[in-house]
Design a protein around this ligand. Structure first.
Ligand code: SF4
Length: 83
């Protein structure tokens, strides 16, 4: 267990909430994550381990993929602007 997970708002909750069948059904998980004090740690962990399933840090897998692509574009743009 990661240290940050001790403070997670989802501790003790039914984990199936965080693995909804579709993104449209991720509302309950996202509501919990929105109040979670370790949301950013959770999100970065999921990105680092390339977690393919579930809601982590308030984002679904599809939303995390979008974030990864957005960050990649931003890094490329930053590199291009510095020459
Ligand atoms: S952000 Fe969501 S999934 Fe991550 S630890 Fe907090 S409540 Fe759990």
């Amino acid at each position: 267990m990661q240290t940050w997970q001790r403070n997670a708002s989802c501790v003790g909750l039914d984990s199936s909430i965080f693995y909804p069948p579709t993104d449209r059904e991720a509302g309950r998980a996202k509501a919990v994550c929105a109040e979670c004090p370790v949301r950013q740690d959770c999100l970065e962990f999921a990105l680092t381990v390339r977690e393919k399933e579930g809601v982590w840090g308030g984002l679904t897998a599809v939303e995390r993929q979008r974030l990864v692509r957005r960050r990649r574009r931003q890094r490329r743009a930053a590199l291009a602007s510095t020459g």
